[in-house]
Design a protein around this ligand. Structure first.
Ligand code: ME8
Length: 472
């Protein structure tokens, strides 16, 4: 049996989950469900990134202890995924005791293998990114992502010999042993690596909210080192037992473009530092960023779309559909309440919902609920294997449009009166199409697909209204 291990980034708990996070998680869920439907053994990992200065500051601002704050926020993320019907196999938290113990063991191992050494770091640090910046990263002296000036920091620190792995990583990425898609992202990463990787500071003396280094308790572990290894600890890795990890290597790691560099450098660098024979993840898929009405989503701009609002308005299934269908996966996309509503009404209310209700209605009224469906299939395998969720949905929508058009063109509601035999043939095709649509939609809209398939395959087909009521 093939296995399929898929991950999302583990999200920082300083922010509440918004639909940007939901985008990655829903996409991962769709892919996990698809692979399961192909008979593969799937492991889907997600979770929360809870250590570091940024989270500690957010906790202080909220007047909570870091631990309580993280517990609450981790729950918020789990609640959000429940709302979207995202079914992960494991939710990892970097404050889990088993994760912390594994990180300590891993650090000790890399230290003993001479990939960690002591030094002093002086540089500009952006807490928003939890990363040191160089002049080239800044625009007008500010971090372009967070619009703040990074702070100058000088401190004793431990370093990870990332520079040692530059050539090896460039080789393995350029020959697709670690496949980075879309290919523009692969080129970006390769240029970055080939311009020369520096060793990175991986410990902090002045950040208390973190995992202490096992060989120097005055330091805590740099949050990205702690976080990236979640993709192993989430599988039960204890810092040492990689031979027993059934699901490793990862088959698909999803992320947006903001974090592809760290994932393509520090992450595989750590794996090689732990064990030169460690397999690297097989594939990264890097998607774009959602903006709202052309602007970055941000709490201060007040334009954030929250999961609970979206699901309350459209339902879980329709929200999953809208996230996947609004933008080709891999590109940036702009959304707004208006655009989402318009798409909902066009594709789901007028498209799918209308199709099902018209066809079932005619079958119930004129054929006593009994029509034998003509076999049909929408082949989306190639799209799904290649993360082309949007294109898979386009194929499904094309079938819905085809079917609705067929009803109109054949004037089916008249045809049943003038030529019942011909109408029966057309309905057999339409019912077959509806079943094919239900099957193809299953990973995207599991509840709706279940309802459609159960109703379409019932002994007696019954009228079905209100699958997707029109929304203003
Ligand atoms: O970077 N559009 O966490 P994070 C699309 N903890 N995707 C978006 C988005 C948007 N507007 N906003 C967020 C971190 N995302 C680290 C990761 S992994 C070892 C550690 C999604 O909370 C997207 O997947 O900042 C992006 O890469 C991720 O959330 C960043 O989440």
């Amino acid at each position: 049996m093939n296995k399929f291990y898929i991950t999302t980034p583990i999200y920082y708990v300083n922010d509440k989950p918004h639909i940007g996070h939901a985008y990655t998680s829903v996409a991962a869920d769709i892919l996990a469900r698809w692979h399961k439907s192909q008979g593969e053994e799937v492991f889907f990992l997600t979770g929360t990134d809870e250590h570091g200065a940024k989270v500690a500051q957010a906790a202080e601002k909220a007047g909570q202890s870091p631990k309580d704050f993280c517990d609450n926020r981790a729950q918020d993320f789990q609640d959000a995924w429940k709302l979207f019907n995202v079914k992960y196999d494991k939710f990892i938290r970097t404050t889990d005791a088993a994760h912390e113990a594994a990180i300590k063991r891993a650090l000790q191992r890399m230290y003993e293998r001479d990939f960690i050494y002591q030094g002093t770091y002086e540089g500009l640090y952006c807490t928003g990114c939890e990363q040191y910046k160089i002049a080239d990263d800044l625009i007008d002296g500010k971090c372009p992502e967070h619009q703040v000036e990074p702070q100058l920091m000088k401190e004793e620190s431990y370093f990870f010999k990332l520079s040692f792995f530059g050539r090896e990583l460039a080789k393995r990425i350029s020959n697709d042993e670690l496949l980075i898609e879309p290919k523009e992202r692969k080129s970006e990463v390769l240029n970055f690596i080939r311009s020369g990787l520096n060793d990175i500071s991986i410990s902090r003396k002045n950040v208390k909210w973190g995992i202490p280094l096992p060989f120097d308790k005055e330091h805590t572990t740099y949050v990205w080192v702690d976080a990236l290894l979640n993709y192993l600890t989430g599988l039960g890795w204890d810092g040492d037992n990689e031979k027993e990890l059934k699901f490793w290597p990862a088959d698909a790691q999803l992320m947006a473009k903001d974090i592809v560099r760290v994932h393509s450098t520090i992450w595989p660098g750590l794996l090689l530092a732990l064990n030169q024979g460690f397999k690297l993840p097989k594939r990264f898929f890097v998607h774009g960023f959602f903006t709202i009405n052309g602007q970055k989503m941000s709490k201060s701009l007040g334009n954030v779309i929250w999961p609970e609002e979206m699901v309350a308005k459209f339902s879980a299934d329709a929200s999953r559909y809208l996230l996947a269908a609004s933008t080709p996966f891999g590109h940036d996309g702009d959304i707004s309440w208006e655009k989402l509503t318009e798409k909902y009404n066009a594709d789901l209310a007028n498209g799918l919902g209308n199709l099902v209700s018209r066809v079932f209605n005619i079958i119930e009224k004129n054929f006593d609920g009994k029509i034998k469906a003509k076999k049909d299939k929408i082949d989306i395998a190639a799209e799904m294997e290649n993360f082309k969720l949007y294109q898979a949905l386009e194929k499904i929508i094309a079938k819905i449009d085809w079917a609705n058009k067929k009803i109109d063109e054949t004037k089916l509601w008249e045809l049943v009166k003038t030529n019942k035999g011909e109408a029966q043939k057309t309905l057999a095709e339409l019912l077959g199409a509806i079943i094919a649509i239900g099957e193809a939609l299953a990973p995207f809209m599991p509840e709706t697909a279940g309802k459609i398939l159960a109703a379409a395959k019932a002994e007696k087909i019954q009228k079905r209204e209100g699958l997707f009521p029109r929304i203003k």
